[in-house]
Design a protein around this ligand. Sequence first.
Ligand SMILES: Nc1ncnc2c1ncn2[C@@H]1O[C@H](COP(=O)(O)OP(=O)(O)OP(=O)(O)O)[C@@H](O)[C@H]1O
Length: 771
Amino acid sequence: MLVLLPTKLLSGGSSMDKERQQEQQRVDGIVAKIKKYLKKKEQEYSKAHLETSSVEKNYVQNAKINTFEIDDRIETNAEVQQQKQLVAKSIETETILKRQVKTLKALQESPYFGRVDILDEDEATPETLYIGISSFVDESQNFLVYDWRAPISSIYYNGTLGKVSYETPIGKQKTELLKKRQFLIQNAQIINMFDTNETVGDSILQEILGNASDEYMKNIVATIQQEQNAIIRDTSSEMLLVQGVAGSGKTSAILQRIAFLLYHSRRELNADQIVLFSPNLLFSHYISEVLPSLGERNMRQVTLAEFFSQRFEGLNVETLFDNYEKQLTSPTAINKYKKAKEAPAFMHAIKEYVLNVSINDLQFTDIMLNDRVIFTKEAIKETYASLPEALSPSQRFLETKNLLIKKLKVLLTEETHSNWVVDKIATLSDEEYFALTSDYRHSHFKGLDEEEDYLALKLVKRRFQSVYDAIYNNYFIDIYRQYSDFLKENLKDAEHLFETELEFHRLSLTDCAPLLYLRDLLTGGGQNQRIQHLFIDEIQDYSLAQIIYLKFAFPKAKLTLLGDSEQALFSDFQESVEFLDTLKTALNVAKSRIIQLNKSYRSTSNITNFIKSLLPDGDKIQAFTRPGTKPKILLAQDYADALRKIVKELSQLLRTNSTVAIITNNMEESRMLYHKLHSSCSATLIDNTARALPKGVLILPIYLAKGLEFDAVIAYNASSRNSQLGTLYTICSRAMHELVLVSIGEISPLIRNVPANLFAVEHQITLPRKS
Ligand SMILES: Nc1ncnc2c1ncn2[C@@H]1O[C@H](COP(=O)(O)OP(=O)(O)OP(=O)(O)O)[C@@H](O)[C@H]1O
């Protein structure tokens, strides 16, 4: 619990007033220095900006020089390359300055949020340090503000007063923490300030959490809690599993963690080497401002659907959402092979299959150029078979590829003598000629023959480019037929469904990971060795097969996986510790750690208490003390009655909330509601193409609301027909300040066990209790 020092001393007391004055004077002094420095940096930035514009202009002009005059062209090439480098350098300088200006602007509004007074063992006088979103140093290199990620800053988040220690690059350091002070500074004015003994305290947190929701998630740097700090500063785990209840700050903590890692390993790590798998595009947009607000570049973000679609070009890859909607309509057909295909054993079977597949069972395919067969599958098979058996399949594929490319080169030389080439050269236009010879120093052609040979090879290469690509991309094996063969052997009859889908150019989500695994193990590819950190949000929605594949695809990456098994929309609930064990075995990681977050920050205590009583093991959830009204249940007789009630409720909710989300179980419900409601209240329908969230009334299905939060939520429809616990829990936990549940007809049995004092009902009703 937070221990505040006597309030008299802190707020009303004259000694605190005096201290506050002194602190404000310090803020004033520092802000003046920041402003001065900002001015300098702004000037440098404007200069850099002009410089970039001028080198860019130069570059464009040079690149445009008449390229049909041969002599000009040669010189242009060299100059253009030089200009290109200049542009890149200039842009980089400008970007760095732009970021510095942005950080300084943030600092001049709020230079810091914390202060610690420490006394080192060998020192006689204490030292006072101030902590902010970034460090600020004066001309004499005195740290006026310490970056929140600096080693010493960790005691602000972790330490209680007294002897404390903190990690540094040279080992553990000890000191004594004499004072910890929190500030809320806005527009360079101290709004609130108090001393605290333990972790960062409730009062400022209350103030922050009471605010309205925003289009963008905010950073939590000033109020990071101790258990969140453990997630942020963990640098040693190979796999960090964060299991946290809804609204406990999992997403916030990992974004802060990314900022921390970028600071901690500044030399070895950059933002491009971090990938975050996020649940949907809306979410990607929602979190996109957190890192920039801390002066860092964003990591790469991708959704699972995007990741798979990029790898199966030309196929319509099913998304988690299609899969979810289908499960609601025809659960049995989908579930038939789902369980087997999503299990680690299935991925293991793929590995075994690749190791043991015989050459005769490999599904080689002809390489064609239009209707002409360039390499027959028999010839390719022969090439593959000629290689030593001791090589692994992927090594043999690589060698086959090399040999095929060699053969192709011979073929291309022969092809240069064919009639079509001779004819084409004779009829080349000037433009075509210059395009073909653009990277050759024309003056160096020794004679007509050489020039003709050069042109012929160019023309042939151009025509055969697709053959080269086919070899390069391993299109000489029909991976779909291979997978179908694998299914035949390992999951009886499953191949039929797979093949039927393929005929329609569709690929089901459960086949993506095993199919890619098969392709990559067989042909050797698909791995990105550069990525150092892989973050997966909403891990409960990923199958183990998918996680195994992602670990394989990013072999050097440390994993940070976060989720809440209670919010599982697409699969069954699994206990966290059990889940960690399964993951450890499936992924074979040595150093793993699990961190549980049980305190929920998003919602008022009334909402959290209601939500926790929905869950059988909800006791572990702790509500953050924040006042608000009780959740309300509206019982409607029929659809028309529900609509009337919703319209009435909306007008009330909009008086105090800037965003009200009506969250449904699926897209169809959302569409129907939108159709009926948009004329009476200007609502926005959010579908899976949406990227931003406007204010006002939003209507969306639950899977698109994952990870998001809204001032008020109307849960539609909480009747007994919609009795999925994970769905109801996830919908309700999106609400920050107000929650209303609408039920058409009998209320969901999930709500019957909630104590009646935790919610209000619009009409007096008797809820039948479960026996
Ligand atoms: N230490 C903190 N200080 C201030 N705000 C916090 C803190 N921790 C969490 N929050 C706020 O609580 C809300 C929920 O946080 P977040 O979305 O990160 O939780 P989550 O665990 O990812 O939620 P869910 O799983 O339900 O999507 C956000 O508004 C976030 O800013």
